[in-house]
Design a protein around this ligand. Structure first.
Ligand code: 1CP
Length: 369
């Protein structure tokens, strides 16, 4: 357990110069709409591919210096308004004792996934996050120094259902039918696993804040594989618990850290997600901005949601798409982003065009208000 003392971050971090992202997350007025991209540190950047070449993915995750460098790379090219720490959601199953390897051409792979409820006994239920995930905290602290206060640093985690689905499936999948089988056949064991994950996630996020994270994003990337009924039972309660517990502890320590929930393809959950203690709801590209605003009733800020494939369009078209997106969301309580991560074959110049279009159009719209 972290005590309140360890929630006070080191005080000698450089002063934050651009807090646009944090203000937008809280629904405050800004001079422009802030923008960042999911997977902004990634293989679409030649310098990323060069840094990662020949190195094991999780070895890279365990090197604070490498994570810091990869986090900073996109900031050297583009005037993003936030950075996200380079790491992966699958460091949590590793911390709980599971073997996870990154297999070239296949993605993350668990050689020995959970098969039946008895397998839960193999997991470390109580994780000493400082011991098992201290390398992430070190990466965050180092990056907070090296970023020189240019923009805020976002910490993140996978949500319980998304992590559970990898732990049972053993990797990526089109149907996630092995993981969903548990929900229907072993609901009690499923809840036990989701609860275990929730407890570790809360401690992990608090550790990230103690290390210097200035905002937190929870990735429920596999929400869309659930139907509305299963989402209500196996995802939403845990998402809520995470925000509630983290906020309670941070409040005791006098800290106010905006939290973002990104539940991909969870259309049916939008109203509930906007009342789940998160300041920001992230949206995938299949939701219309105006209807998202209506359905969330001004209760939260919104983040998203350009189709990443719009980066394949010519630059002028990207600018038009951005303009329409800004008109749909409005400029207040809005953080521009993609509806999911960048793909490795995308042209960095398109990313530059996207960031520039968000800044330019939004400045104009705000001036004309
Ligand atoms: O060698 C490589 O570069 C492999 C590609 C890669 C990268 C760049 C993986 C493997 N992870 C990452 C970094 C990463 N992962 C970040 C870093 C910061 C940034 O965004 O710039 C983040 C936030 C993640 C989170 C993550 N990992 C998610 C949630 C977001 C999402 O995409 O929905 C998920 C689902 C993962 C699992 C994962 N890790 C890597 C891959 C290829 C996958 C997806 C596997 C699959 O489901 O098929």
């Amino acid at each position: 357990m972290l005590d309140n003392r360890s929630l006070v971050p080191p005080k000698d971090f450089p002063q934050l110069q651009n807090d646009t992202f944090l203000r937008a997350a809280r629904g405050e007025e800004t001079e422009h709409v802030p923008v960042w991209c999911m997977r902004q540190a990634g293989r679409y950047l030649p310098e990323f591919r060069e840094s990662r070449a020949g190195k094991d993915f999780f070895d890279t995750c365990r090197s604070p210096e490498a994570c810091c460098e990869l986090t900073l790379q996109p900031l050297r090219r583009f005037p993003f308004d936030a950075a996200i720490i380079f790491s992966d959601i699958l460091v949590i199953p590793q911390a709980m004792g599971m073997d996870v390897q990154m297999v070239a051409g296949k993605g993350p792979t668990f050689p020995d996934p959970l098969k039946e409820p008895e397998d839960l006994q193999r997991l470390q239920a109580k994780v000493d996050v400082d011991k098992e995930l201290g390398y992430v905290f070190k990466a965050i602290t180092l990056t907070r120094h090296k970023i020189e206060g240019k923009v805020p640093l976002i910490g993140f985690t996978g949500a319980p259902w998304t992590l559970m689905s990898y732990m049972i499936e053993g990797g990526g999948s089109r149907t996630f039918s092995k993981a969903k089988r548990w929900l229907y056949r072993h609901p009690e064991a499923s809840h036990m696993l989701l609860r275990m994950l929730t407890d570790v996630i809360v401690e992990y996020l608090l550790g990230q804040v103690a290390a210097g994270a200035q905002a937190l994003q929870v990735f429920e990337s596999h929400a869309g594989i659930l139907g509305p009924v299963e989402f209500q039972e196996f995802s939403l309660p845990y998402l809520r618990d995470i925000a509630r517990c983290v906020k309670e502890k941070l409040k005791d320590a006098g800290k106010d850290i905006p939290m973002i929930v990104f539940a991909k393809d969870a259309h049916y959950g939008l109203e509930d997600l906007s009342q789940s203690h998160y300041e920001v709801v992230g949206l995938d590209w299949t939701i219309d901005p105006r209807s998202a605003r209506e359905r969330t009733g001004g209760k939260v800020s919104l983040q998203g949601n350009m189709d990443p494939c719009a980066f394949y369009a010519p630059k002028e078209r990207i600018s038009d798409i951005v303009k329409k997106m800004l008109e749909g969301f409005g400029t207040r309580g809005y953080i521009a982003n993609l509806g999911h991560g960048l793909y490795p074959d995308m042209d960095p110049e398109s990313v530059g065009a996207f960031v520039e279009a968000v800044h330019q159009h939004s400045k104009q719209m705000i001036k004309q208000k």
